[in-house]
Design a protein around this ligand. Sequence first.
Ligand SMILES: O=C(O)CCC(=O)C(=O)O
Ligand SMILES: [Fe+2]
Length: 326
Amino acid sequence: MKLLNVPVIDISPFRLGGEQEKQAVAQAVDRACRDIGFLVIRGHGISPELIEQTRSVSRDFFDLPAADKIRVARPSVDVARGYIGVDEESLARSRDPAAYGSDLNESFMIGPVDLPPADYAFAPAAGKHFAPNIWPGAPTGLGEVWRTYYRSMGSLAELLMQIFARALNLPEHYFDNKIDKHISRLRVRNYPEQRVTPEPGQIRAGAHSDYGSLTILATEDKPGGLQVCNAAGEWVDVPIVPDCFIINIGDLLARWTNDAWVSTLHRVVNPPAGAGAGSRRQSLVFFHNPNYDAAIENLVAGEAAKYPPTTSGDHLRKLYVATQNA
Ligand SMILES: O=C(O)CCC(=O)C(=O)O
Ligand SMILES: [Fe+2]
């Protein structure tokens, strides 16, 4: 029987326990990744204060006048840095080039905060994956808090990839050297209150799957939230549990596992009619992506590969561009 709802899994026994505890966590995670592609984790070791500080400084950024936010606008569609306003993006277009409308959120994003050696970071094959970050002049302290949060998410992702490796019957440290120069992005999305009725078909974030290895999401319990499409084809709400992160696997892990694990379709819906006031919602979204030159090819022994090999860097560049309205 497949899981049809997103399970909550305590990963602290993996961090703190012995062989048996680690194996039990890996098994629960394997089931979640096979059946629904999403899990909620508790016991992750990230301080609630850091999450709250990141939320608070980001809220202050989105409260700035539009002119200040536009000053740190993303420089071009293939550079995943800076501010993107409401109306500039349609996530549904990552799957359907004809998808209509744009998503009802604005966002700000950064990439790596600690650069590998220049001959690697700026090699031709690196493309724009190590493009410089763009920092707003205000609020003060945003840069420091975001850098700290980015590094913490990088460490948590490394731990999750170790759990994943075990879950896939690979050596625990199998992925370590494929993610030690990761090209992850931290993106904070602000979903404004909805005072006017959206256009038909327009929602907070259109249906999509994530592109990379895994996503770590800290969000809020507000009307108009995250839903995932389960194995029965039904949209189910993801539970919002205090002090937990929502984790989902992305397309690259689905490819690595020859689709044994699912990169699940998800979306953010509008608040119900009448609940628009007070529906402002903020998500801290960390998209973990392997090193740009990590080879992505079937890891399942004895099975014919369903996809041609690719690299992390090539796969991501194509998708960043496809979703943008510019
Ligand atoms: O805000 C959310 O709950 C999810 C956002 C999301 O799916 C994304 O940014 O890829
Ligand atoms: Fe997503």
